[in-house]
Design a protein around this ligand. Sequence first.
Ligand code: ES4
Ligand code: ZN
Length: 326
Amino acid sequence: MHRQDFITEIPKAELHLHIEGSLEPELMFALARRNRVSIPFSSIEDVRQAYQFTKLQDFLDIYYAGADVLLTAEDFRDLAVAYFDRAAADGVTHAEIFFDPQTHTLRGVPFDVVMEGLLAGVEDARRRHGMSVLLILCFLRHLDEDSAFATFRSAEKWFGQISGVGLDSSEVGHPPSKFAKVFAAAADAGLKRVAHAGEEGPPAYVYEALDILRVDRLDHGNRSLEDPFLISRLARDAMTLTVCPLSNLKLCVVEDLRNHPIDIMLEKGLRATLNSDDPAYFGGYVAENYRALVDAGKLSNRDVATLARNSFLGSFLNDEALTHQL
Ligand code: ES4
Ligand code: ZN
């Protein structure tokens, strides 16, 4: 089998995907027209031209502007269906997707509208692709903990449909400890916990995610490699890292994929996984993330198989569902 076919065909779970980050420029324009919302771009080429970032915040500013076109449950369903179709074509059989309710509720879109739309998309993915999907509600860390708590309360009636909570948006200056109370409440409610940590923030933020938020998984985690004690701890605890190579490249976390630390992570025994983060903005869905690292000389076929297996081991599927997937 051709190497690229192997990457596509091998079953994979995607564990780090912001559904708002899968909004392709074509759908952004279609929804802007359908909803009569103005966007700060004149054409699809103009949008793609704007996708040049030197740091996380450059991207976030555009990502939140793009999300303005999402208003109705149908919009959220269309967004989710487009992602699941694309992910299925990449060999994704299980996805745990992030959504950012505050991005929408603060614009006047009710929490329930977001949920109804996303759940309609999830149902479509189950029916047409046999894909299993879990939802992870992310709190925006640049906002205060009271806002996160308000979101948590709006979510309560949906807890049967939400697997966990996460923490995303501008990392530096907004350490995990800022959200200690709401993560404790999530733990009490039986929800899983994840957090972006060590993407731009220091190893101290990774320690806080582990010790204060008690996360089940670390999103990115790249800067953990600066601390040998932290590396040993993550390896010992088989902590899953959801690594996003094309995101790292586009946001200048690495300057070239030939310098991406994925090989070091695997060498150190870390349970790394590969994911697409915000594929509409970073230039590739999950198979492309694998392929880019293979092309950069970073991964053997055996590593590809290890990373795909890790994606299921690091998922929130229960043991029975795992035996079906592995
Ligand atoms: C994100 Cl790459 C990244 N980092 C932090 N927050 C985010 N939200 C969407 N993508
Ligand atoms: Zn992310």
